[in-house]
Every structure is written in structure tokens, then in C-alpha cells.
Write a protein that binds this ligand. Structure first.
Ligand code: FAD
Length: 520
């Protein structure tokens, strides 16, 4: 049946996946009166925003850095409520603490003047002045690209060039034609450590700073604009979106893996769960990794909807440890980064040799630190997510001995920099790229879809629309890209694309019907 033949209230949408994009799409479609059923393979909402129990403690083991608060303010407002009424967010005064050895430390602050002063003490006043110039350029890049790229449905180079206007084109030209993020940062900073610190933002999109375009400095701007702690962890955001979607009438069903999407006359028409239940649909929103479609993991009839990524295009995976343990020796902030001297080696190991880095940068999220309340009562045992970048599965799978070696490098590095973590087999849970592949089928463990490598890569992501009528995509593997707020925006784009299609089909049907009537 054509999607326009049913009224809005009768239009049946099945959303596959309760990642942030699936939840946002379900919420917005339900809020507009459509009949929404969301099917999620896991037992809880959130997808990568997961929170396993380790030694009795719920530990945020996916995203930890909450930015672009305004995206969620708009989403919650579109559902008739306010973000601050549903979730408690605290702004973090220290964005992140960075260490290069036991003595060299630099904090970045929410207040840019404090960051400038900290950089002046750390690397001298000239470098602090360069930081101020860098912030101006990062802000200009962000402002230039927000409308024409981030918020655009499915930008192409041509459409974006038109939308940028002369001012925006001048901003991009000032970056230097086709320069990488690493090169662009080299023009700003003379101190290698600062180049390294700001280059790391490429990894937020799962990419190497040596291959990412300089435009990715906009990610820095996103973080400098503010980082918040969510009470209850990032997973609480997923729960809150799920509750809101239910309030608007969406039916959310967990423990329901979709085995296939059926088509009728080439159009998505139903989904079949692993248990064999058939659920008819007028539209389907797929929130799994888009490669799963092209790999045939949800049926042959929708294979053509998306082309799976080849191994060389995949973004970073990760090796993580979710830990509930006493720590000592290092004053942890909420977000902490422990750098090694040779940064490039990390990316040549991962992207060049498909191996775990021999000298990994280590990120530690200390979930109970960083807020005013936490400063009053430091925890007896910290809830930590320890993360190092890793290659996605594919051309070469990692063996246990390589993973064990990386684990011992990681924790001995923390020890050398002053942080002792009292781990035991009971209080530490390791998650490998192979585990991520199992959790997120089709991803090969790549956590951010396609790597943003080269200037054209950003335009190669799928938009919400697919080649299969009635089938839409939402998630970090499609436009505008990975990260919780970006994936949330893709959920909005999927809902908007579906609604626009529905409205245009019902309009053309009305015209056809009234045309037909006038002929009688
Ligand atoms: C370790 C880690 C750290 C990260 N750090 C940050 C960070 O600090 N800040 C940030 O903004 N972002 C971060 N990210 C990225 C961010 O988490 C993701 O970009 C975002 O959460 C992706 O959301 P999504 O909508 O694509 O859905 P996903 O989270 O990928 O969820 C997809 C859901 O679909 C379900 N699904 C798939 N196939 C099926 C099927 N056939 N049937 C039923 N269900 C199915 C899956 O079970 C899953 O629940 C991090 C990610 C990871 C893993």
C-alpha cells in the first residue's frame, strides 16, 4: 500500500534500533501522530550509550563527553517538554585534563580565558596568543559549516558551495586547500603537545588527524562550547528519550532482533523478527550500522539500500575497560587524556598496519568526578571507562596475546603518569573490537561508520533517504556523522524526510483525487 493512502494516524512506522538516532526518530514521528513501533535487539535502550554492570556498579561504557546541548534542547522542545525538566545536567568547569608524563599537565576549561592562561603557563604567552587565534578560526569554520553541511539533509559539494556564500568560502580557503587537520594545526601551534591535543579531536569522528581534513577543527569548537555531565550517566539520556517516545504513544520493544525487512513491489512493507513475528509497516527507519543493509544482514530485498564499507574506509574501533576500583596518585577530572610522545605511530599502527597501537594514547573517563558535588565527596571506588583506539575488524583480526600486551602497556602507562588503578578480574570488564562487532552487526567494530579521511569523505555518507522506497536511515554511520548529538540530528533528519515524503504523497493524491472529481 502506498504511504500516502493512509492518514497520518494510520501510518505505521517500524524503527529498528534504539540507539540515540532511532529513539529521536521514534519520538518525533510519534509526536507527529504516526503509529510507531521500535524494535531493539538489546534489553535496554541506548545502543552505544550502554551501561554494563561491573562489580555492582553501572558504568557508562560508550559515549562519555556530552556536547551540543542545544541539539537536545530542540529535540525535547519539539516533544513538548524541556531538557532540564527531564534530565539533570551539570556544566563541567574543566573540559579535560591532559598529561604527557608524571609532571606535564594541562587543563582546558569551559572559560576560554582560563584555558588561555593555563596554556600561557604551560607553553608560554606566544602559544597562548596562538590558541586565541586558533579558537577564532575553529569558530569561523563551525559557523560556516553548521547550516550548509551539518543541518543540511544530504549535502553535496555543489550544494554546499552554493550555500556557503562568499564569507564561508573564504573561511574554508583560509585553511589551505586540501590540508589535513594535522597540517592546519601545525600552522597555529609551535608546541607539539598542543598540536597533538587539538589533533585528537579527529578521533571523535573515528579518524586519523593525518588524513582528516582541516575542517574537522570544528569538533574542537563543539567541545570548547561546553561539556556537561548527565546525572545517571549518558545512558540516562537514552532512557529519557525512550520514556518520552512512549509518552507520545510509540511502542518500544526490547530483546527483539529484526532478521529481515520485507518489500512489496520494491517498497519496504514489513519486518520479520528473529522469533518469526511479522510486523507490517508503511515505512521503516533503520538505526543499525548502514553496512548491515548492504551485507544482507537484514535480508536480500533491501541489500541495495546501502553499500557496505570496505575495510580501508572504516573508522576507528576501540579497546575499552569498564572498571569499578579504587584509584590513587593522580587527581582525576571527569575527562582525562594521557598522551605519548610519538602520536603519528598510533595512527600508522591502526590504519596502516591494522594492529593495536604500540604506544596508545589513553583516555580515562572518571564518571564520579568533575562536578561541584563530586569535589565535595570523592568516591571511594571510581567508575572508570579506560579507552584506547583500535583498528576495526576486517583485514586482520586481533589475537588475544596482542590485546593482552596492549592492556599491559595501557595500565603501565597510567602508572608511570601517576595513576594507579586497583583492578581485579572481578572489577574490570574488557570490550574488544570483536565485541563491538557483535553488539553492532555490520560495523566490523568501527564505532563511527566511515572514517572522515580526505576532503570528499564527508559527502560520501548516506543521507536518510535510500534506494528502497519507504526505507530510511538514521544513526552515526550516516549523515551528518558520528557522536551523540550528530546521530540525534540524523534521527531528526530521518523523521523530517519521512514526514516530507508522506506530506508530498498525500498532497499529490489529493490533487489527483480533486482532479479526478473535477473531470466527472
Ligand atoms: C566507546 C565509545 C565512546 C564514544 N564516545 C563518544 C563521546 O564521548 N561523545 C559522543 O558524542 N559520541 C561518542 N561515541 C559515539 C556515539 O556513541 C555514537 O556515534 C552514537 O551513540 C551512535 O548512535 P546511533 O544512533 O548510531 O545508534 P547505535 O548506538 O549504534 O545503536 C544502534 C542500535 O540498533 C540496534 N540494532 C542494530 N541492528 C538491529 C536489528 N537487526 N534489530 C534490532 N536492533 C538492531 C543495536 O542493538 C543498537 O542498540 C562513542 C562511541 C563508543 C562506542
Amino acid at each position: 500500500m502506498d504511504e500516502g493512502t493512509r492518514s497520518r494516524g494510520e501510518h505505521r512506522v517500524v524503527v529498528i534500533g534504539a540507539g540515540v538516532a532511532g529513539l529521536v526518530a521514534a519520538l518525533q514521528l510519534a509526536a507527529r501522530g504516526l503509529q510507531v513501533t521500535l524494535l531493539e535487539a538489546a534489553d535496554t535502550p541506548g545502543g552505544k550509550m550502554r551501561q554494563p554492570l561491573v562489580d555492582g556498579a553501572a558504568i557508562d561504557s560508550g559515549p562519555t563527553v556530552f556536547t551540543m546541548r542545544w541539539v537536545f534542547e530542540q529535540i525535547f522542545a519539539s516533544a513538548g517538554t524541556r531538557l532540564e525538566d527531564e534530565l539533570k545536567l551539570s556544566s563541567l568547569p574543566v573540559l579535560a585534563r591532559h598529561a604527557w608524563n608524571a609532571n606535564e599537565r594541562l587543563d582546558l576549561f569551559a572559560d576560554p580565558a582560563l584555558s588561555r592562561d593555563a596554556i600561557a603557563r604551560f607553553a608560554g604567552p606566544a602559544e597562548a596568543a596562538r590558541f586565541v587565534q586558533f579558537c577564532k578560526q575553529a569558530r569561523a569554520v563551525y559557523d560556516a559549516l553548521e547550516g550548509p553541511f551539518i543541518r543540511s539533509q544530504s549535502p553535496t559539494l555543489a550544494s554546499m558551495s552554493g550555500d556557503l556564500g562568499l564569507k564561508g568560502l573564504a573561511v574554508l580557503a583560509s585553511l589551505g586547500p586540501m590540508s589535513s587537520l594535522w597540517e592546519a594545526l601545525g600552522k597555529h601551534f609551535h608546541d607539539y603537545r598542543l598540536q597533538q591535543l587539538f589533533a585528537r579531536y579527529a578521533t571523535y569522528c573515528g579518524s586519523s588527524p593525518w588524513e582528516a581534513p582541516s575542517t574537522l577543527m570544528l569538533v574542537t569548537q563543539v567541545e570548547l562550547d561546553g561539556v556537561w555531565a548527565v546525572e545517571g550517566g549518558m545512558h540516562a539520556l537514552a532512557r529519557s528519550l525512550a520514556t518520552l517516545a512512549t509518552r507520545h504513544g510509540a511502542q518500544l520493544r526490547y530483546g527483539q532482533r529484526v532478521a529481515s525487512i520485507e518489500t512489496d513491489g520494491g517498497r519496504a512493507s514489513a519486518v520479520i523478527t528473529a522469533e518469526g513475528e511479522r510486523i507490517a509497516a508503511d515505512s521503516v527507519v533503520f538505526n543499525g550500522d548502514m553496512s548491515a543493509l548492504g551485507l544482507g544482514l537484514v535480508g536480500e530485498s533491501v541489500r541495495r539500500a546501502a553499500t557496505p564499507l570496505t575495510p580501508s574506509k572504516r573508522s576507528l574501533s576501540a579497546l575499552t575497560w569498564s572498571v569499578h576500583a579504587p584509584t590513587e596518585g593522580f587527581a582525576l577530572e571527569r575527562h582525562n587524556v594521557f598522551f605519548q610522545p610519538d602520536y603519528q605511530q598510533e595512527f600508522s599502527d591502526i590504519f596502516g598496519r591494522s594492529r593495536l597501537p604500540r604506544t596508545p594514547t589513553v583516555y580515562v573517563c572518571a564518571q564520579d568526578r568533575g562536578t561541584a558535588e563530586a569535589a565535595d565527596t570523592p568516591p571511594e571506588r571510581d567508575r572508570l571507562l579506560v579507552l584506547v583506539n583500535a583498528p576495526a575488524q576486517g583485514s586482520r583480526n586481533l589475537d588475544e596475546s596482542e590485546i593482552d600486551a596492549c592492556e599491559s602497556h595501557t595500565f603501565s602507562l597510567l602508572g608511570r603518569y601517576g595513576l594507579t588503578v586497583r583492578r581485579t578480574p572481578q572489577n574490570s570488564l574488557r570490550t574488544t573490537p570483536a565485541d563491538f562487532q557483535r553488539l553492532f552487526p555490520g560495523s566490523a567494530g568501527a564505532l563511527y561508520g566511515m572514517a572522515t579521511h580526505g576532503w570528499m569523505s564527508a559527502f560520501s555518507r548516506n543521507g536518510a533517504q535510500t534506494r528502497v522506497p519507504g526505507l530510511y536511515l538514521a544513526g552515526g554511520s550516516v549523515h551528518p556523522g558520528p557522536g551523540v548529538p550528530m546521530a540525534a540530528m540524523s534521527g531528526q533528519l530521518a523523521a523530517a524526510t519521512l514526514m516530507a515524503r508522506l506530506d508530498s504523497t498525500s498532497r499529490s493524491r489529493r490533487v489527483a483525487i480533486s482532479g479526478g472529481m473535477s473531470m466527472r
